[in-house]
Design a protein around this ligand. Structure first.
Ligand code: URA
Length: 209
């Protein structure tokens, strides 16, 4: 079973309610996605390894904590992952960004890759896969397949909302990848949308509907 953390912080839950509300404007939706992502980003980076570094404050020398190893990678599952990347870059300005473009094949409904770019040394870096909606889990699981094939080993998934079906799918395919989410909703409808959910995250953040 993948380890699932639900960030039930009052600010996260309040902002999630504002996001779910169908009357939210595109500008408001974008701003809220960024705000919630900043708060979730705090949780998803909680156990990054630390080392110490010798520095001098104006008063004394000290061994001060600093992130250990290479900079982390945010892996954005296009296109909705992009809305969360802005908040994450604010939190970790030196992070590397990977992009994974997938679409659903109209006949087989299986994810098909149209774009993939990630740092060559991804094996040495912690990787946070970013996709706001863990629905069927097919595209995220496929994105993780591609990242693992490139060498990534230290992976975790950051989403806004997860469906039980998506969590189960990820459990089957990638039980080693922990999940951080703001909520686990009831179920998927016949079209693969999370219920009650927040609708199509990409359309709402890019104003394409
Ligand atoms: N993708 C979305 O944007 N919304 C859902 O509810 C499911 C998948």
């Amino acid at each position: 079973m993948p380890h699932v953390t639900v960030v039930d912080h009052p600010l996260v839950q309040h902002k999630l309610t504002l996001l779910r509300d169908k009357s939210r404007s595109t500008a408001g939706f974008r701003r809220l996605i960024k705000e919630v992502t900043l708060l979730l980003g705090y949780e998803v980076t909680r156990d990054l390894p630390l080392t110490t570094r010798r520095i001098e404050t104006p008063l004394a020398e000290m061994e001060a904590p600093a992130l250990k190893g290479k900079k982390l990678v945010f892996a954005s599952v296009l296109r909705a992952g992009e809305g969360m990347i802005e908040g994450l870059i604010e939190l970790v300005p030196s992070a590397r960004i990977a992009h994974i473009g997938l679409y659903r094949h109209p006949q087989t409904l299986e994810p098909v890759q149209y774009y993939f770019k990630a740092p060559d040394d991804i094996a040495d870096r912690p990787v946070i896969v970013v996709d706001p909606m863990l629905a069927t889990g097919n595209s995220v699981a496929h994105a993780i397949d591609l990242l693992k094939a490139k060498g990534a080993t230290q992976l975790r998934l950051l989403c806004l909302l997860a469906a039980p079906e998506g969590i189960a799918a990820l459990d089957r395919r990638h039980p080693d990848v922990p999940i951080v989410t703001a909520a686990i909703d009831s179920h998927l409808n016949d079209h693969g949308y999370i219920v009650p959910g927040l609708g199509d995250a990409g359309d709402r953040m890019f104003g394409t509907k």
